[in-house]
Design a protein around this ligand. Structure first.
Ligand SMILES: Nc1ncnc2c1ncn2[C@@H]1O[C@H](COP(=O)(O)OP(=O)(O)OP(=O)(O)O)[C@@H](O)[C@H]1O
Length: 232
């Protein structure tokens, strides 16, 4: 199993109050599949991504990725794990404004062990012609495609996308979904997508549904459709 989470819990303490952002969440993910993560606001989706991506730590429980227990790693090992295994895509792109498109992607490649060719990835994301522009000169859809290029160029085993289409119009969203699907097919990358758009789950192999920090449903999708067929 590529990812195995066992009774993961994350507790935030504010004064006397305890918030169980994750409450004994267990699941298994296969390598090379697409998953969506759904659930109301505050249900723990981003907290789960932060732990799976090695950005934050669980209080209780264990999580294994590719046979390695990330809950047992020290800061240095966790940082290597993040660099070698995980690409992140956020709702608001998080590109570096002072760097060109090319430099944004190159800086990610430069930190990676086995990076892909920057030009090839820019071409794949259909932003090669924009490579010398700065993020503010691009549309939202183009910025998100650069953000995906920045994640993909690391050649990570897993890409975590937190509301990747949340700020985009319909056509740009569809293109972003198609490109994530292309990456999954071409490189076998495991892709997780947090979304409030339930239609996106139709292109996923399975969906995890969270409520109040608990995993209330893990549903496989035998009738998976292509990103192109997804509509809302
Ligand atoms: N740094 C923090 N300190 C205290 N509480 C936090 C912190 N981060 C998240 N929480 C709380 O943990 C719970 C889960 O938050 P999380 O952001 O994981 O939910 P989410 O499902 O991603 O929500 P959204 O869809 O709004 O992004 C919420 O109750 C939230 O208020």
């Amino acid at each position: 199993m590529f990812v195995k989470a066992e009774k993961l819990s994350k507790i935030y303490r504010i004064g006397k109050n305890e918030i169980r952002a994750l409450n004994e969440v267990s699941f298994e993910l296969e390598r090379g599949k697409i998953y969506t993560v759904i659930g109301p606001s505050g249900s723990g989706k981003t907290t789960l991504f932060n732990i799976l991506g090695g950005l934050d730590r669980a209080e209780e429980g264990r999580i294994f990725v590719d046979g390695k227990e990330i809950t047992a790693m020290d800061q240095k090992k966790l940082s290597d794990y993040r660099r070698d295994y995980v690409g992140f895509v956020f709702q608001f792109y998080n590109l570096i404004n002072g760097l060109t498109v090319y430099e944004n992607v190159l800086s990610s490649a430069a930190l990676s062990k086995n990076p892909l060719d920057v030009d090839m990835v820019l071409e794949m994301m259909d932003v090669y012609s924009e490579k010398n522009k700065f993020p503010f000169e691009l549309s939202g859809g183009q910025q998100q495609r650069v953000a995906i290029a920045r994640a993909v160029v690391k050649n990570p085993a897993m890409i975590l996308c937190d509301e990747p289409t949340g700020a985009l119009d319909y056509e740009s969203s569809k293109l972003v979904l198609k490109l994530l699907e292309d990456v999954n097919k071409r490189f076998g990358t495991t892709i997780l997508i947090i979304t409030h758009n339930l239609a996106i789950s139709k292109m996923a192999d399975a969906t995890l549904r969270l409520r109040s920090g608990r995993l209330v449903e893990f549903s496989e999708n035998p009738q998976k459709i292509s990103a192109q067929e997804v509509s809302w």
